[in-house]
Design a protein around this ligand. Structure first.
Ligand SMILES: Cc1cc2nc3c(=O)[nH]c(=O)nc-3n(C[C@H](O)[C@H](O)[C@H](O)COP(=O)(O)OP(=O)(O)OC[C@H]3O[C@@H](n4cnc5c(N)ncnc54)[C@H](O)[C@@H]3O)c2cc1C
Length: 335
C-alpha cells in the first residue's frame, strides 16, 4: 500500500511536489483559498502575480517544456519613459537580462500540472491550523476536518509556516528564521491596464516606465495574443480609495491619451492577501533577500518547501521548483 502524504498549500511548490510524488505516494493537497496557484494568479491572459522567467532558470524552463507550454519574449523594443516633474522624459534603458512570458498566462502552468494529477486529491477552502507528528504518523487539522497521513509537507511562505501550531513545537531558532524571512513580493501591488490598442508600440515606446509621481512606480508591456495591456507595480503609498482614477490620470498625463482608451484596470494588493503575506511583509525592500532555510533540526515526518526555503533562486518560480525537486528526491531515496 502507498504511504500517505499531505501537502499543505496548492501554490507552484505544492502542486509540483504532488506531480513528483503521486506515482509512489497517495497525495492529498489541502489549500486554504478557493483556488489553486497561490502567488500565481491570472485574470484571463493577464498575470497579476508572476510574469517572467529568465534564461538561466533551467529547471522551470524544463518543466514548462515538459508541459508543452510556449514562451515568448518580454517586449522591450523602443524608448522608455521617466514620469518626472515638470515633464515626462524619454530615455534608452540599460540592457537587462532578457525575460520570457508564458503564452496564455502563467496560470497555464498550474492548470497543466493539475491535469496530470489524476491520482492526487486537492481539497480547497481548507485552512490548515496545526500539524502534529509522532512515531505513527502526522495529524493535520483545519477548522472543520482532521486528516491523518504518514508525512506532511508544508509549502507556505516561511512566515505563514511559523504561524501554524506544531507538536512537537518548532525549535526556537528555526521558528525565528522563518519569522525573519520576507515573503517575496508579499509587499507588492500589481495592476494590469487593458487598452483598445498597443498605441505605445506604434509610437516607438517599449511600455517600460518608471515614476516618482505614482501611483504606478514601474510599468512594462503586458500584451498577450488577444489583449493590449501594460502592467504596473504600484507605489506603496498610493491611495486605495482613488486608485482607479489616479492610475487613469497618470496614464493620461504620461501618454497624452484620452480616458476612453483605457478599457479596464485589474489589481491585486498582495499585502492584503492573508494566505500570502503577514503584516511584517508590507515593508518595502531595497534588494532581493538572501533566501534559504535549513529545516533539518525539525524534520521527521514534517517537511517544508516553498520558494523562500530554497538557497538557489529563492523567491522565484525557479526556487519553488528547485526546492520541490530536492524534497521529492529525499522522499524517493528514503523509501
Ligand atoms: C506580484 C508578484 C510578481 C512576481 N513576479 C515574479 C516573476 O516575474 N518571476 C518569478 O520567478 N517569480 C515572481 N514572483 C514570485 C512567485 O510568484 C513565487 O516564487 C511562487 O509563486 C511561489 O510559489 P510557492 O508555491 O512556493 O508559494 P505560494 O504561491 O505562496 O503558495 C503557498 C500556498 O499555500 C496556501 N496557504 C497559505 N496558508 C495556508 C494554510 N494555513 N493552509 C492551507 N493552505 C495555505 C496559499 O493559499 C498558497 O496557495 C512574483 C510574485 C508576486 C506576488
Amino acid at each position: 500500500m502507498k504511504k500517505k502524504v499531505i501537502i499543505i498549500g496548492a501554490g507552484l511548490s505544492g502542486v509540483y511536489l504532488s506531480y513528483l510524488l503521486q506515482e509512489r505516494y497517495e497525495v492529498t493537497i489541502l489549500e486554504a483559498r478557493e483556488r489553486t496557484g497561490g502567488r500565481i494568479f491570472s485574470y484571463g491572459s493577464h498575470d497579476l502575480g508572476p510574469s517572467w522567467i529568465w534564461s538561466h532558470q533551467k529547471n522551470i524552463l524544463k518543466l514548462l517544456s515538459e508541459l508543452k507550454l510556449e514562451l515568448f519574449s518580454q517586449y522591450t523594443k523602443g524608448y522608455a519613459l521617466y514620469d518626472a516633474q515638470p515633464k515626462v522624459q524619454t530615455f534608452h534603458p540599460q540592457p537587462s537580462a532578457p525575460s520570457a512570458r508564458v503564452k496564455g498566462s502563467l496560470s497555464m502552468l498550474i492548470e497543466k500540472l493539475q491535469e496530470k494529477l489524476s491520482q492526487t486529491k486537492i481539497i480547497l477552502s481548507q485552512e490548515v491550523l496545526s500539524v502534529r507528528q509522532n512515531a505513527e504518523g502526522v495529524t493535520v487539522t483545519t477548522a472543520t476536518e482532521i486528516y491523518e497521513a504518514d508525512y506532511a509537507i508544508v509549502t507556505l511562505p516561511p512566515r505563514l509556516c511559523a504561524t501554524l501550531e506544531y507538536e512537537p513545537q518548532l525549535p526556537l531558532a528555526l521558528k525565528e528564521k522563518m519569522l525573519q524571512t520576507q515573503t517575496w513580493m508579499g509587499n507588492s501591488m500589481k495592476c494590469v491596464i487593458e487598452f483598445e490598442s498597443a498605441f505605445w508600440r506604434e509610437r516607438g515606446l517599449s511600455g517600460f516606465m518608471f515614476s516618482n509621481q505614482g501611483p504606478i512606480a514601474e510599468m512594462h508591456d503586458a500584451c498577450s495574443e488577444d489583449k493590449a495591456a501594460l502592467f504596473g507595480f504600484v507605489h506603496s503609498n498610493a491611495s486605495m480609495q482613488t486608485f482607479q482614477e489616479d492610475v487613469k490620470a497618470q496614464l493620461m498625463r504620461v501618454f497624452g491619451i484620452k480616458k476612453e482608451a483605457i478599457l479596464e484596470i485589474y489589481f491585486v494588493d498582495w499585502r492584503r492577501e492573508k494566505f500570502t503575506s503577514s503584516d511584517q511583509d508590507a515593508k518595502p525592500l531595497s534588494a532581493h533577500p538572501s533566501y534559504g532555510i535549513d529545516t533539518s533540526s525539525y524534520e521527521g515526518r514534517v517537511f517544508f518547501s516553498s520558494t523562500e526555503f530554497s538557497y538557489q533562486e529563492g523567491g522565484y518560480l525557479e526556487g519553488a521548483v528547485m526546492n520541490a525537486q530536492k524534497i521529492a528526491a529525499s522522499f524517493h531515496s528514503s523509501q
